[in-house]
Design a protein around this ligand. Structure first.
Ligand code: GLA
Length: 595
């Protein structure tokens, strides 16, 4: 049984069991890294999916009020973020003028404009406020919503409301003067304004040679894109250090490999749409990138479509599945429905505290893929409490299927009691046997919280501490690598081929790119690390402990090595350089041993 505070001990057992998943949030201390800005994934609301540029202050305030009144704010959804459509123009002195036609509170008596009253109002409601800008000169709507009545107005230069060339001044204005807490920084300005684009050809906008070629990685310029975002991040840190930064570059320009250095969250894919296929594609884009997330750095598969299209109130199974998938991978939970039209049933889905607690678990681990097919996924997310794991059994298909995992797959002991809590049906039961199985309706996801005992409390496998593993160098570029190439994964090679053990991806093994560097934060908690480096390359790999090379050798078969890591904080695994056609390198059978 988990430790239960005295004030709860008198309550009936089933009730205690029922609230245990949430209890963890308050009972158990957060691990190292929790001091980071955005220690858990950000939660909030954004108008884009519901209103596009047809947004106004009244709609935003009505939704903000509902966040508070419905209890969703209390459940954690606190950011209220403005998206595209708010600008009127950039004035001669460089300051941006707000479109007061849709944001009336921004019109000040002296004729200038300011978001301060709006931000103060949100803050006064106990909420936080986010604003939207673009890393280039122009924004997304100017290219993609050309008929919108809410596009920036004026001469060509006045319509350049993006932040390029104005980073410091804009950051001071948005986060210093206006007091916003969150920046979503889009990238259309460096993607869509090439000499051949419509708006440039007709003279509406200045040309900017694209640094991002959508879905054509070989024609993008990741280093320059990174430098631009680094520049803006610096401006924000100087203006208001506590501001969250979301990089919205849709998984392009290798953003997921470098964004964690500057931002708290970054988009891993193109825009979500309110249909099942789009939701799954966006989920996959983030789910594969487990080793890039952790406290203060989150993969963002985009805002939630719960409440819209295939996920509206007539599709509760899909709505629950969507939220479950975001929760199991510790994705930011940014709602984007019109709450003024949401039914109590939808609000209840979004407000499911136990599901939110999985997303917000203080250990900050992104769930690990235990198996993946076109029809089904199984993911496991280690929780802060030893022996507690969230499991998602995901039916991606349109027919009913049965999915299951063995306790051994979860590295849990078959001895002792294992409690299985279904976070949607609210069913709580002690497990009989050693296998957890569910019959799933089409599109159904079962989100379970398993309270068991670690099979071996002294040995920790990489899938039990993914947030402690970080990719610090993406390594060698493969000539034909696409957006799906991921420099380090658990149980898969970078190009996506599974590394199998007993027919399942071997999540105790890291498949990495040649020349990559992966850092494991041991935090001086492990006396020994065991690992079997494996790869065909003739060049040596290197292992570094707190800056000191402790081993340099060629991989020979899969023979395991033992490293004495007593007192070591950071262990760095440097894969050997390879040929341009190789399948990368394996850090096999990795385990961290406490004593
Ligand atoms: C891009 C972003 C969206 C939204 C729109 C606004 O497409 O990815 O999330 O912000 O721009 O125009």
């Amino acid at each position: 049984m988990p430790n239960i505070p005295a004030r709860l001990r008198k309550r009936p057992r089933h009730l205690v069991a029922r609230i245990a998943c949430v209890l963890l949030l308050t009972t158990y201390g957060a691990p190292a890294g929790a001091q980071a800005l955005s220690a858990t994934p950000p939660m909030g609301w954004n108008p884009w999916n519901a209103f596009r540029t047809e947004v106004d202050e009244a709609k935003i305030v009505a939704n903000a009020q509902l966040l508070v009144r419905s209890g969703l704010a209390e459940a954690g959804y606190r950011f209220v973020n403005i998206d595209d459509g708010w600008w009127l123009r950039r004035e001669a002195d460089g300051r941006i003028r707000i479109r007061t036609g849709i944001f009336p509170s921004a019109a000040l008596p002296d004729g200038t404009t300011s978001f301060r009253p709006f931000v103060d109002r949100l803050h006064g409601m106990g909420l936080k406020a986010g604003i939207y800008t673009d890393i280039g000169r122009n924004n997304c709507a100017q290219h993609w919503d050309r008929d919108s009545p809410n596009l920036p107005a004026g001469e060509q230069r006045e319509r350049e409301v993006g932040t390029l060339g104005y980073q410091d001044a804009d950051a001071r204005l948005f986060f210093g003067e206006w007091g916003f807490d969150y920046a979503k920084v889009d990238a259309c300005g460096i993607a869509d304004y090439g000499p051949d684009s419509v708006g440039v050809r007709d003279g509406t906008y200045r040309s900017l040679s694209p640094l991002i070629a959508r879905k054509a990685p070989a024609r993008s310029e990741p280093a320059i894109v990174e430098a631009l975002y680094a520049r803006y991040a610096r401006a924000i840190r100087t203006a208001a250090p506590g501001t969250l930064l979301e990089i919205c570059a849709w998984g392009e320009a290798e953003v997921g490999n470098w964004a964690g250095r500057y931002a708290q969250l970054w988009r891993t894919s193109s825009d979500i749409r309110s249909n099942w296929g789009s939701m799954l594609a966006n989920f996959d884009s983030a789910a594969r990138r487990t080793l890039f997330a952790g406290p203060g750095r989150w993969n963002h598969p985009d805002m939630l479509e719960v409440g819209n299209g295939d996920f509206d109130v007539t599709h509760p199974v899909e709505a629950r599945a969507h939220l479950s998938l975001w929760a199991i991978i510790a994705a930011p939970l940014i709602l984007s429905l019109d709450l003024t039209r949401a039914s109590p049933e939808l609000i209840a889905i979004l407000g499911n505290r136990e599901v939110i607690a999985i997303d917000q678990d203080p250990a900050g681990h992104q769930g690990v893929i235990l198996s993946h097919t076109a029809e089904a996924d199984i993911l496991v997310k280690p929780l802060a409490r030893l022996g507690h794991k969230a499991v998602a059994l995901v039916n991606r298909s349109t027919r009913p299927i049965t999915l299951g995992v063995d306790l051994a797959d979860l590295r849990l002991s078959p001895r002792g009691t294992t409690i299985v809590r279904d976070l949607w049906s609210k069913d709580v039961a002690a497990l009989r046997g050693t296998r957890i199985e569910r019959r799933l309706a089409p599109h159904e996801t079962a989100l379970l919280c398993i309270e068991g005992q670690a099979a071996d409390p002294d040995t920790v496998f990489p899938d039990e501490m993914p947030a402690a593993i970080a990719v610090i160098d993406a390594g060698q570029a493969m000539p034909d690598r696409g957006r799906n190439w991921i420099p380090a994964r658990l149980g898969f090679r970078p190009a996506g081929e599974p590394i199998l053990r007993n027919g399942r991806p071997d999540t105790g093994t890291l498949g990495v790119a040649s020349g990559s560097r992966v850092r494991i934060t041991l935090a001086k908690r492990f006396r020994r690390v065991e690992i079997a480096p494996a790869g065909s390359s003739g060049t040596p790999y290197t292992i570094v402990a707190d800056g000191r090379v402790v081993l340099r050798a060629k991989a020979d078969g899969r023979s395991a090595i033992r490293l004495n890591t007593a007192g070591v904080d950071k262990l760095e695994l440097q894969a050997p350089a390879g040929s341009t056609a190789d399948a990368g390198f394996l850090w096999s059978d990795l385990r961290m041993i406490r004593r």
